[in-house]
Write a protein that binds this ligand. Structure first.
Ligand SMILES: [Fe+2]
Length: 209
């Protein structure tokens, strides 16, 4: 498998012919040119994405505040955990998308990735706004870190987070290690070990089926 190479930043010798542009592995100048795109789908996607977001504080959550306190215990557990899962996951997306962009040499596609990064920031802002409006400061901190302490959330986040970590470390082995991580996640679920012990490099991998 071809090893991915991080694109150069300032590269005056990069290709200027749009026909030579490649999604990865190209020789890009990093120039943003909206008039010459190799991937024509970007044009519509970009415009839609630019028109497709809202500002969290413009949404009135008064009714949500009342409804939250009417939820049953099971409903509130589900609400809190879904929110915690999303808070963490969108934070991770914000941090990881630039890592992907480092290897994309079609600059029109990087524009899309940057917009997505911006929108993940907005999502994080929305979750913080929800937590601030609906929960007490103590409840807010509890929900914020449920993804670290709830075994189901941690298992799901571990699967995704480990894929991203693997990409940073083993770019040419990425697809192989996903399968490895899948087995390891099953082991974590089966073992009841603390997270750090279960994912340590010394932890034996069992093919638990
Ligand atoms: Fe998001």
């Amino acid at each position: 498998m071809e090893t991915l190479r991080q694109k150069p930043l300032f590269n005056p010798d990069g290709d200027t012919d749009v026909n030579l542009r490649r999604m990865v592995g190209g020789n890009t100048t990093n120039l943003n040119d909206f008039n010459n795109m190799k991937y024509p789908w970007v044009s519509d996607w970009y415009r839609q994405a630019m028109n497709n977001f809202w500002i969290p504080e413009e949404i009135n959550l008064n009714q949500d505040l009342k409804d939250y306190h009417k939820l049953s215990e099971a409903e509130r557990t589900a609400y809190d955990r879904i929110l915690s899962f999303l808070v963490f996951l969108d934070s991770l997306q914000t941090a990881n998308l630039p890592n992907v962009s480092d290897y994309v040499t079609a600059n029109e596609v990087n524009l899309c990735l940057h917009i997505q990064t911006f929108q993940e920031c907005l999502h994080s802002q929305a979750y913080s706004y929800m937590l601030d409006t609906i929960c007490s400061p103590e409840e807010r901190n509890n929900v914020l870190f449920l993804w670290k302490n709830d075994e189901h959330l941690l298992r799901r986040n571990t699967f995704i987070g480990d894929c991203y970590n693997d990409f940073l470390v083993n770019r040419d082995l990425f697809h192989g290690t996903v399968e490895t991580r899948r087995w390891r996640n099953r082991d974590i679920a089966a073992s009841n070990q603390p997270y750090a012990a279960a994912v340590s490099p010394e932890a034996p991998l069992r093919r638990s089926g």
